[in-house]
Design a protein around this ligand. Sequence first.
Ligand SMILES: [Zn+2]
Length: 318
Amino acid sequence: MPRPARLPGDDRQCPRCKSHFRAEEIRRNQFVCAACDHHFPIGARERLDNMADGGVWTEIGGELRATDPLRFVDLQPYPDRLRSAEAKGNTEAIVCAELALDGQRCVAAVMDFGFLGGSMGSVVGERFAKAADHAVARGIPLISITSSGGARMQEGVLALMQMAKTIVSLDELHDAGLPFIVVLTHPTTGGVWASFASLGDVTYAEPGALIAFSGPRVIEQTTREKLPEDFGLSERQLVHGHVDAVVDRRQLAARLGRLLAILEQPPREAPQSLATQLAQNGTERAASMARALPQLSRRLRDRVMGEQSQTRRPGDRW
Ligand SMILES: [Zn+2]
């Protein structure tokens, strides 16, 4: 299965079926190929617009910006990389917001692969933690849509620390009795998959998404073994129980809305006796039978035992 690819210009060609689409056509179809259902990459802001169904969403932690505490330089200085990534429209690789999904309030933490490969640095971790804190303060669920190449190497150990930070913030969400729902999209790898992305109470994945700690190329180079064609893809992760369902992007908002509605139902009261439940359902006759059942069964047992004891001879086995 070909991997999704971002294509330049107004005309996009589907890498799987080679159909051509105008940018507007593909945007209207939520960046999914109308001919073969191939899922193109999609930005965090477009996703939030789709989730809110045209409604407003209020950004959380949008003011946070990365610094360069390690003064890191590879082929170019880290601040220069940040500036050219910001020029594409986002200020970081995650956008968090409160919104109404199908009429239900929730917090969404949506990653954007277009910003330095969706890598998790200090700001991604801090924005995610702020989003979880906000969900706890408001008593509403947290949904995260992930897409990441892993920890941001330009921030070194500070990036790795975000794995622990995001996990701790989810512990607080869990202690507050609030659900965490994850939607894994192409690609979810490295430190993000190894931290909050794999901790969903319910985990969905988009079709054909790579979900793995290391990508197949890295593993093949290290082990010198050929991996299966579908290694790490969401359909394979479904078979192996790592995800609960593979969901088409065009059905995702409705699916999440249904899930939120189910999770929002108040907890059931302590289990009632069968007799009480039947009485509440208006089946009084059945209720009286249920009340009589233990007595009846005792009488029946006494009778059977009595008959057996009458016919029982020494040496007979029960
Ligand atoms: Zn196609």
